[in-house]
Design a protein around this ligand. Structure first.
Ligand SMILES: [Zn+2]
Length: 193
């Protein structure tokens, strides 16, 4: 395999890129050697060796605790629960949420053998005391809903207000694919569980 084919094959394994768009990406990189190709190589290496999983919320960042968890200007008594880091980043892009996050790393799923312990759920309960609000922003899929209901039930004895993001999320919809406006509306109109 030539280096070019190799690069195209590797790129085609990225989410959202098929073989065709991977080849187009390779061409685009060659055409923009200084502006894009070189900086991309540097950025890939820097990230590879500096990326960490936040010990508190599960976010990916270059430090642990991450920038969000260590930001004292953000309220620490409001936690938004998401399935994946991509969802956290999507909500951050909307700019409408200023509190803390908790990344589960998936959903409860009997079929795939994922129980509360496989997700960050016990860790969430440890963070729960004294919270003003837990916002459940799991996806509007069956597993996402099941996970939201499970967390709600478990948090009830602690008397913490639990809300669920609402309007604008299509059933079966995944957060990461929503535009910022829709996601913002869903967050604003969250409802009590
Ligand atoms: Zn964090």
């Amino acid at each position: 395999m030539t280096p070019i084919d190799n690069l195209a094959t590797l790129l085609s394994k990225l989410p959202g890129l098929g073989p065709r768009s991977a080849r187009r990406a390779v061409l685009h990189l060659f055409k923009n050697k200084e502006k894009l190709f070189q900086p991309l190589i540097v950025a890939l290496q820097q990230t590879l060796y500096s990326i960490k999983i936040c010990e508190i919320c599960g976010n990916l960042d270059t430090s642990s605790p991450c920038n969000i968890c260590s930001d004292q200007r953000r309220p620490h008594d409001q936690i938004c629960v998401v399935e994946e880091v991509a969802d956290l980043w999507a909500i951050e892009r909307s700019g409408l949420f200023k509190g803390m996050y908790h990344v589960l790393g998936g959903t409860l799923s009997a079929m795939d053998g994922r129980g509360p312990d496989q997700l960050g759920i016990p860790k969430l309960f440890k963070r729960a005391e004294g919270l003003k609000e837990v916002i459940l922003a799991t996806n509007a899929t069956v597993d996402g809903q099941t996970t939201a209901f499970y967390i709600t039930e478990q948090l009830k004895p602690l008397n913490i207000p639990v809300t669920r993001i609402a309007y604008g999320i299509p059933v079966g919809g995944e957060l990461d694919y929503l535009d910022e406006g829709t996601l913002g509306a869903a967050l604003k109109s969250r409802q009590s569980m």
